[in-house]
Design a binder for this molecule. Structure first.
Ligand code: 5GP
Ligand code: ZN
Length: 114
């Protein structure tokens, strides 16, 4: 997807502040952090929204979650705790249409979220 911001980061056209990368996912710091550590974990494969997951690509979500747990260890807040969030479409607050997992840590999170 040439017009997709996160695909451009995966391809290297835009260089994000990368914190983790493997065969399937790229993770980088959010430009507008909502916590002391705010990382976005994206699959290298373009999937627009959670609604577009299917039997062929749903394993990506497990890989994204595992990457988030590794980054939480790396960043030093795995034991204290952290939050992971995926927003879907307008009511969910999704603004970039390439699925991504928000990893938020370094402060106490509240519930319910806004
Ligand atoms: P969404 O609202 O779709 O769940 O999350 C999109 C996230 O992407 C937002 O938290 C926003 O701050 C982040 N974002 C938007 N543009 C950029 C960018 O150019 N670079 C980085 N690192 N993050 C971005
Ligand atoms: Zn994309």
């Amino acid at each position: 997807m040439t017009d997709c911001l996160f695909c451009k980061m995966v391809s290297g056209d835009i260089t994000p502040d990368t914190v983790y990368e493997d065969e399937d996912v790229l993770a980088f710091r959010d430009i507008n952090p909502q916590a002391p550590v705010h990382v976005l974990v994206v699959p290298k494969q373009h999937v627009a929204t959670l609604n577009d997951l299917d039997a062929d690509n749903s394993a990506l979500v497990g890989k994204m979650m595992m990457a988030a747990a590794k980054i939480a260890q790396q960043e030093g807040f795995a034991e204290q705790g952290y939050r992971t969030v995926m927003n879907c479409n307008d009511d969910g607050g999704q603004t970039v249409f390439h699925i991504h997992l928000h990893l938020l840590g370094g402060r106490v999170m509240h519930w319910p979220p806004g």
